[in-house]
Design a protein. Sequence first.
Length: 457
Amino acid sequence: MWRSWRLGGGLFLLLAAAVTAVRETKYYDYLGISPDADDRTIQKAYRRAALKYHPDRNPDKPDAEERFREVAAAYEVLSDAQKKEVYDRYGEQGLKQGQGGGGGGGPGGAHGGFHFQGGDPFNIFENVFGGGGGGGGGQRMHFQFNTGGGGGGGMGGGMGGGGRRQRESAGLYDNDAFVQDLSDDTFPEGDGDGWIWLIEFYAPWCGHCKQLALKWRKLAEALHGVVKVAAVNCEQQQAVCQEHGVRGYPTIKAFSDGKLHEYRGDRSAKHLKDWALSLLPKHVKTVSKQSHLSDFLRQCTSGGGSSSKWGACALLLSDKSETSSLYKSLALRYKGKLAFGEALRSNAEISATFGVREYPTLLVVCGGNIDAVVRYEGEMKSTKLARFLNQFYSGKACAAAIKIDASTDLAKMRVSQLKQILESRGEQCKDCVEKSDFVDKIRQVFGVAGSGAHTEL
């Protein structure tokens, strides 16, 4: 829900931020990625989610197949450049309108020959994982996710294998809701998709591994949404374990900054949790006085060497004395996309600037403009916070928050921002060529008089 702000005197207009005015991100949310994810990230996210929710792996979870279908639908669209373009511009409804194809079937006629079929999720799975030998003729393949097969990797270690081998290699964390099984395809690399990863390398026959398993599950639940907790079954993923120098079980490592760091301390849940959280970098600027706020707001633009490619920054007003692990995790995941700052409750001046009386309160300041602020109204939960922040990728959420009155300096805005302001109100300016044309159109739409004689912008 968007709120209007009164800072100083006078009345102003606040653009209504209807849900339809904000870029739809449902498919990105299904895969747990941001809207600017590249093709490789999209495929990796699908592989992880598809393995997690495959019905053969979750026979006792009736909702698993629905989740499996959702992630398949998301991957089918986001992995196809044309479908992704339609979805990014018009959302799921745009895909449905384009089903008929031809004769302007796509939104605005832009994709007249576009067809969206909605493929079989099991066929999509087979195509991505290279199924083969799965009973063709339209029949669905079934996968033995918990069986052995040596170092082949992929799909939980191969299909088939002898009964004795199957029993030995069955994973300790199969079907666990919080511990993610890793394979060569899903092992983190690069920046780890913006996460710190805590990884256990184990063998299912190992006594110490079995003793650790319960603590590892509880640890994964406690760190959910802050640090990724995962495991590698070295009976099924021998090549992965060899590549990362695993010589004994269990071996615990953290993936951070593109490197693996081995843990050699006490294996209690508390010590493991403290170690994982200590690896979270603090990409959060402390805003303790008004001058700090001014400096921070300068980071909220998308130009030049800004730390906010999306042209906005998140500001948490908190009554805590230290930055929370969840907020550090968000700052890491959105590094370079949004700038992150934090102000303590004791700073009454900053709280008053934004009209904040309850803590914690998360605000997104668009373009460094304290008159263009969006307040988060939901629970402080990782998934919900990420869904909120993802709205600022396209710029429409910020466009909907900009207040337009006679004092608004439209001349300082970029043409792209002016276009987004019009689009957020369902308006277009097909005849606009110069920046001044967009300014005049906005003044007309909002009934705002010009500030004086026409000038070059």
